[in-house]
Design a protein. Structure first.
Length: 267
């Protein structure tokens, strides 16, 4: 069993029981207590658990949700490169969904010029960006729902609308991605809405810059394997790339440092 697989099993046990002892994990996994302690150190540094004497309990995850304006100023070169690459994957005349997020918001400006699209989004910011373009002649469907600080529309109204539709592609922004926790968000209702989006899409394309790696929000909405394609930037470490390459359907890495050619390097 690989270290990350073992850590995923440990995290499952912590979530199930609320806490575990090192002695219990050594018996369960058939490894030494030193190996378990190293795994707990890694999970603790990821923010997934909190180490206590003789074992571990669930950690204090990220629960504060930054506002849209704050997040829109972060990692801009990477987000623009990711958005440009994502736009190349969209065929005219298809039905696509864009989740809430500042990277999908960047994609919205490209989407506005692709002819014949039907775009479903649960983001007021994404919808405004697409509809403000003078050249756009797209059909834009806004899901409705309760607005979060990140300009996402969530809750039963949004979820019901989404579950009545089907998309050729979903372009999904995430708050965090982690080998153990998967894709996460600080907002419980947004997690449920993201699950609904994933469920109705034929192809799930996650857009996440490298700063999202090992960030763990309060609520998860899918394992890394939920992504048919993951587009990220070249700020990822070799170890992170290896984990993602093994976990997602296809890993696409784009250079974030330049504004010139951004042809994705397919891993």
């Amino acid at each position: 069993m690989l270290a990350r697989q073992r850590q995923a099993r440990i995290l499952d046990e912590v979530r199930r029981a609320g806490g575990v002892r090192v002695s219990e994990l050594t018996l369960l996994l058939g490894v030494s207590d030193m190996t378990i302690r190293r795994d707990l150190d890694q999970l603790s540094s990821d923010g997934a658990i909190q180490k206590v004497h003789g074992g571990a309990v669930l950690g204090s995850h990220v629960t504060e949700e930054p506002g849209f304006e704050v997040k829109s100023n972060l990692a801009q070169p990477a987000k623009q490169a990711i958005a440009a690459q994502a736009a190349r994957m969209i065929a005219p005349g298809t039905a696509v969904a864009l989740s809430a997020g500042t990277t999908t918001w960047a994609l919205g400006r490209h989407v506005a010029s692709i002819p014949g699209l039907t775009v479903v989004t649960n983001s007021t910011a994404v919808a405004d960006t697409i509809c403000s373009s003078e050249s756009t002649k797209l059909t834009v469907i806004l899901t409705g729902g309760v607005r979060t600080p990140s300009a996402a529309l969530v809750g039963p109204v949004a979820d019901s609308t989404i579950r009545s539709l089907h998309f050729d592609q979903l372009f999904l922004g995430v708050h965090g991605m982690d080998a153990v926790a998967g894709f996460t968000t600080p907002n419980l209702a947004e997690a449920e809405t993201n699950r609904a989006l994933i469920d109705r899409a034929q192809v799930v394309i996650v857009m996440a810059d490298s700063s999202k790696w090992t960030t763990v929000g309060l609520a998860d909405f899918g394992p890394l394997s939920a992504a048919d394609v993951l587009i990220t930037d070249d700020g990822l470490s070799d170890e992170a790339r290896a984990v993602l390459k093994e976990s997602v359907g296809e890993l696409v890495v784009v250079p974030a440092a330049t504004e010139g050619s951004r042809e994705g390097a397919r891993a």
